[in-house]
Design a protein around this ligand. Sequence first.
Ligand SMILES: NC(=O)c1ccc[n+]([C@@H]2O[C@H](COP(=O)([O-])OP(=O)(O)OC[C@H]3O[C@@H](n4cnc5c(N)ncnc54)[C@H](OP(=O)(O)O)[C@@H]3O)[C@@H](O)[C@H]2O)c1
Length: 326
Amino acid sequence: MRAVVVEQYASIDQIELKDVPSPPLDRGQIRIQIEAAGIGFVDGLKIEGRYQTKDPLPFIPGTEFAGVVTEAPGAPGGYQPGMRVMGMTRSGALAQEIVVKPEALHPLPDGVAAEVAASFRANYLTALYALSARATVAPGEQLLVLGAAGGTGIAAVQIGKLLGARVIAAASTPQKRDFARAHGADAVIDYTQADWRETLKELTNGRGADVIFDPVGGEISVQAFRSIAWRGRHLVVGFAAGAIPALPFNLPLLKGGALLGVDLAQIPLREPEVQKRLMSQLTGWLADGQLKPVVGRVFALEDFRDAFRTMQTRGALGKMVVRIAK
Ligand SMILES: NC(=O)c1ccc[n+]([C@@H]2O[C@H](COP(=O)([O-])OP(=O)(O)OC[C@H]3O[C@@H](n4cnc5c(N)ncnc54)[C@H](OP(=O)(O)O)[C@@H]3O)[C@@H](O)[C@H]2O)c1
């Protein structure tokens, strides 16, 4: 099979597409023919060996995929050949085939394209878990989304609207702000401007943001916390800007605000029932058309490097997807 193979931790320019043997199928496992893989920020860090956990070399990157079951001896988890599925894995999705346990999979609702399914699970589950299970956003609350045109950001814009929040999207370019507005944001902010907190104050009638969804990190995070409303919740999602901010402890005291951590990888381990409930809510919205996940750009497998470069150069709108099966 064709697969992206990381033999040395390196920049994406040095990573090659190779012919490798199909992975063996063990008892209780399922083989999937992958149709599309979604590229996340973490995938780029893993390839460079800069993520907090390192995949042993060599490895096939890619953590999120959609495809068709081709082998499932004994029908583990009820999965049968021919079923369309979406899945999450530690690695291995940038390949024509993958072998996983049934826990890694979720059945795909009818009529959902592979590109959509591959850009769905990680970002939308992160957004729904953060906004509903952690911050308990209430209808009418003011939700500030930082990095709102990125993969997790645009998911938070859409989920925030579905939960009834008033969504204020912060992004660095007019194109990104238009993109966030087109996907439901009620108001937008250019947070590269020195006075952006003044604009936020005006937009919230002086109150500040009840909930802040923050996948960006760096100095912006501390500035945003300074604009949190009384009893506000600041969701720590990621550090796309690179720097991990440090929050002076007097700020939560003065603001009556809370800092809440979110880690998608730990949800199935620590709160499996919550994950099940949220996935069923998400797939329900997907099936009845209330939620239309944003597919940023779709690249051919041969062009996988461009998918990573677009994301790494802050150029991505939504999630980058690699189409694998024709
Ligand atoms: N906690 C979890 O469970 C979880 C789950 C998924 C992802 N994450 C993390 O969340 C972060 C964002 O992921 P994502 O998929 O949303 O990424 P993304 O699609 O690349 O979006 C990140 C956004 O951050 C902003 N940004 C600011 N400075 C940047 C810089 N120097 N380089 C790149 N982007 C920059 C960009 O918006 P502007 O240009 O508008 O500023 C960009 O749209 C990553 O750190 C990722 O690891 C965490």
